[in-house]
Design a protein around this ligand. Structure first.
Ligand SMILES: O=c1ccn([C@@H]2O[C@H](COP(=O)(O)OP(=O)(O)O[C@H]3O[C@H](CO)[C@@H](O)[C@H](O)[C@H]3O)[C@@H](O)[C@H]2O)c(=O)[nH]1
Length: 250
């Protein structure tokens, strides 16, 4: 189901159940934006693709709901969630070959995959690789708590609206930066090969998170090193994700 379809079903259920507030993610449909600058809160989503027009539909849907009901919504634009719980017992468990950079690197590190393919080294960036804004999953979780707290506060004051926030660190790292940082966590150099560009990738997607910093009183706190160390702890302890035999956990 498309993002629009999922939002519509979700809103219908929420309205039916007489709930009046929601927080949900806009994850990475910002990928539809071609930009050299940081992605602003007000940045328009390009509606020319299926994802873009679907997200525009979601926004309209939330805004319309707000007009017709006593309704508030917070739309969270995630940038690139990465890392794992610092305990090493909770993390991402992709089914099949991962599409995303960090889970792929983690699979290479435990020997489940042979090497990383770096998708393109001819982008207009310092080292030629794409730049993304990687955000620790715990910071992302805190962003949700902050959004819920904001809604509680606004609802208590009688304010109903639809707010959107970028959840990112505001700092971009290239694919090579990420390989280097993860190598450091693992303690050795992971193999990679440079291949062609992946269709749909844009050179740089880095958040401008200032509105979330201000209005949600939220800021990403975790460092790149913590993100990589936590991801590696999870993957090393659980080379086969949640199917790992517990006796093998050190
Ligand atoms: O095996 C990989 C995976 C990713 N990358 C690069 O790493 C960066 C980050 O990639 P990823 O973790 O996939 O994040 P996004 O580029 O932000 O990808 C989003 O956008 C993609 C296509 O638009 C979707 O396929 C993904 O699921 C979605 O997370 C990008 O420059 C990719 O080209 C590689 O070089 N090799």
């Amino acid at each position: 189901m498309s993002p629009y379809g999922r939002t519509k079903v979700f809103l219908e259920h929420v309205i039916k159940d007489l709930c009046s507030a929601s927080v949900y993610k806009q994850q990475e449909y910002l990928k539809e934006i071609e930009t050299k600058d940081k992605v602003q809160n007000g940045s328009a989503v390009n509606g020319s693709s299926v994802n873009g027009s679907s997200v525009n539909g979601c926004n309209g849907c939330s805004n319309n709901s707000k007009k017709n009901y006593v309704w508030s919504a917070v739309l969270l634009r995630y940038f690139n969630p990465a890392g794992a719980h610092p305990s090493g017992i909770m993390g991402e468990d992709p089914q099949g070959i991962p599409n995303n950079l960090m889970p792929f690197l983690a699979q290479v590190a435990v020997g489940n995959l042979e090497k990383l393919s770096v998708f393109g080294k001819d982008y207009p960036t310092a080292d030629g690789a794409c730049i993304r804004d990687y955000l620790h999953v715990l910071d992302l979780a805190q962003g949700h708590v902050a959004a819920l707290e904001k809604m509680d506060k606004e609802q208590a004051a009688g304010n109903h609206d639809c707010w959107a926030y970028n959840l990112g660190t505001g700092t971009g790292y290239s694919v090579f930066d990420m390989i280097k940082a993860f190598n450091k966590a693992v303690g050795r150099e992971l193999p990679y090969v440079v291949t062609g560009r992946r269709p749909g990738d844009v050179p740089n997607l880095t958040a401008d998170p200032r509105l979330a910093n201000k209005e949600l009183d939220w800021k990403a706190e975790k460092t790149l090193d913590e993100m990589c160390a936590d991801l590696w702890r999870w993957q090393r302890n659980n080379p086969h994700g949640y199917n790992t035999n517990p006796t093998s956990i050190s």
